[in-house]
Design a binder for this molecule. Structure first.
Ligand code: SAM
Length: 275
């Protein structure tokens, strides 16, 4: 992980980095090691890496003794990886789009960790896809835009709190591990980054009768931030009387804004409507 080697590899293989594919390669060995440490990688750990690029983080994971499956969409980079990871017997490269690959088939049923410097244009679909599929993922340690990391850990009533916060906190316990400056990448992205560790929960923090309804309510509550909760919940298609009843039973003031509700309060409304 250093600038000169990275640029040399890209030049040798005639690679032009694609902005569209979110290609910002890590050139900071300290960050690579800090990610591996945050994921507490032990020899023999099964790891899914998303977007290995030229293999900078992959190599670090391989040297820690992990069994790595790395999914890369860019065919040109797959050829580079064959060279840069030559001799790493514990790495398997899969050419494909992480949003389309059959992850269960690639990873099997034993639990594993997800470690990645994510392509920022699809951070949310990747993370939500992994969580919603209920894959046997124990831990996700990912580099994301700092703003996205802040949204994931945000608490009710703060400006960053939204549907993503609720969803990530429903499935995991997220913590921001450290901030990474643009100069740690080539090319340097326009924004600061953060490494976030999401420990997947074995039990959700709130019990809901229907997850589908829970997330519908969450989505509705955050759909129009300037509206009161009562008005926002109308977008669920429920009659106003039912909305009033549920809020009254839950002891929640309908004049509040959706973004002030805790996971527990969303769960109370869900369970009232599930009756
Ligand atoms: N891991 C490398 C590093 O840290 O230097 C590269 C990280 S770069 C931010 C993101 C990588 O994800 C790129 O290699 C890009 O080609 C790849 N990528 C983008 N979209 C993808 C997708 N849908 N599925 C799999 N890989 C993808």
């Amino acid at each position: 992980a250093n600038r000169d080697v990275t640029l040399h590899i890209l030049k040798t293989f005639g690679i032009h980095m694609s902005k569209k594919l979110g290609q910002n390669f890590l050139i900071d060995e300290q960050v690579v090691q800090a990610i591996i440490q945050a994921a507490n990688i032990q020899a023999g750990d099964a790891v899914l890496e998303i977007g290995p690029g030229i293999g900078t983080l992959t190599q670090g994971l391989a040297h820690s003794g992990a069994q790595v499956t790395a999914v890369e969409i860019d065919r040109q980079l797959v050829s580079v990886l064959a060279k840069t990871l030559e001799g790493c017997e514990n790495v398997r490269i899969v050419h494909g789009d992480i949003l389309r690959v059959n992850i269960s088939q690639e990873m099997g049923t034993e639990s594993y960790k997800v470690v990645a410097n994510l392509p920022y244009y699809i951070t949310t679909p990747i993370i939500m896809g992994l969580l919603e599929q209920r894959l046997p993922v124990e831990l996700l340690v990912t580099m994301v835009q700092k703003e996205v990391a802040q949204r994931m850990v945000a608490l009710p009533g703060t400006k960053d709190y939204g549907a993503l916060s609720v969803a990530v906190q429903y499935y995991t316990e997220p913590e921001i591990m450290f901030i990474v400056p643009p100069r740690s990448f080539v090319p340097a992205p326009a924004v600061e980054s953060a490494v976030i560790r999401c420990t997947v929960r074995t039990q959700p923090p709130v019990m809901v009768q229907s997850e589908k309804l829970f997330f519908q309510i969450v989505k509705a509550a955050f759909s129009q931030r300037r509206k009161t909760l009562f008005n926002a919940l109308k977008t669920t298609g429920r009659p106003p009387e039912e909305i009033k009843e549920a809020l009254l039973a839950a002891g929640i003031d309908g004049a509040r804004r959706g973004e002030t509700l805790s996971l527990e309060e969303f769960a109370v409304i869900t369970n009232y409507w599930s009756k």
